[in-house]
Design a protein around this ligand. Structure first.
Ligand SMILES: C[S@@+](CC[C@H](N)C(=O)[O-])C[C@H]1O[C@@H](n2cnc3c(N)ncnc32)[C@H](O)[C@@H]1O
Length: 228
């Protein structure tokens, strides 16, 4: 057991505490880079591979599941935070299930059919939980067997801190919503992401770096991988 006070359990705890503030922040489009760059970037990436069905892993309040449903893809959203799933279900667009990554890893079966693709949009935040989840994703896949991951760009979001893997905290600076708790997340450098995907049997088909038009820096990184 690590002595680090930040850990996988605290990730879900913090999202439970912050759920209503996050819903508010998304509804009020408080994250500029999402509005200008990254929402469209992940939709475009998925559409360009034409999956018939997709699972939006860590879907939050479900915006991406809805966008993909509207575009004719059979889309499921899964999240471990019940206020998110309850909110998503009220919108009546897409199918949603309450389940944590730990549930998915530890049970052989979740109550949805296999899908052509899984997308994780800024939702792979933990350490062992995420390593185990990525290893479990192939058994959720059929046909195209695709995995899309959009995450913070390691080279940009390392900030002033050393470029080494480790726990970090999101303090919600710049948000109008009054978040209750900092949110722990585990920083992975680029080579760690690539090693994780490869060790779980994925081939990386492409890597996209959507550029923020104002800063001219990557707003995120998107990995598109396939399992053979
Ligand atoms: C930054 S939000 C992204 C939400 C959504 N994908 C989006 O693009 O708005 C991270 C999401 O990951 C979910 N999440 C993180 N760890 C999880 C876990 N262990 N099990 C289930 N959901 C988890 C959180 O509940 C939260 O909804």
């Amino acid at each position: 057991m690590s002595n680090n006070p930040l850990n996988d359990k605290l990730v879900l705890d913090s999202w439970n505490q912050n759920a209503f503030f996050w819903i508010n922040a998304i509804e009020n489009e408080e994250i500029e880079s999402r509005k200008i760059v990254t929402n469209k970037a992940i939709i475009d990436a998925i559409i360009s591979y034409s999956p018939d069905s997709i699972l939006d892993m860590g879907c939050g309040e479900g915006w991406l599941t809805r966008e993909l449903t509207i575009r004719g893809i059979e889309a499921w959203g899964i999240d471990g935070v019940s206020p998110f799933i309850e909110k998503a279900q009220t919108m009546d667009c897409g199918k949603f299930l309450l389940a944590s990554y730990e549930d998915i890893v530890n049970t052989n079966k979740i109550d949805i059919p296999s899908v052509d693709a899984v997308v994780c949009n800024f939702s792979l935040l933990g350490k062992e939980t995420v390593d185990n989840l990525v290893r479990s994703i192939p058994r959720l896949l059929k046909n195209n067997r695709l995995l899309f991951i959009q995450t913070l760009h390691p080279a940009i979001d390392s900030g002033e801190l050393p470029y080494i893997d480790g726990w970090r905290q999101e303090f919600w600076n710049g948000f109008n919503s009054q978040f209750k708790q900092p949110a722990p997340w585990y920083f992975r450098k680029l080579e760690t992401w690539i090693a994780l995907l490869k060790s779980c049997g994925f081939d990386i088909l492409e890597c996209r770096e959507p550029i923020h038009p104002l800063t001219q820096k990557p707003a995120s990184i998107i990995f598109v991988a396939s399992y053979n």
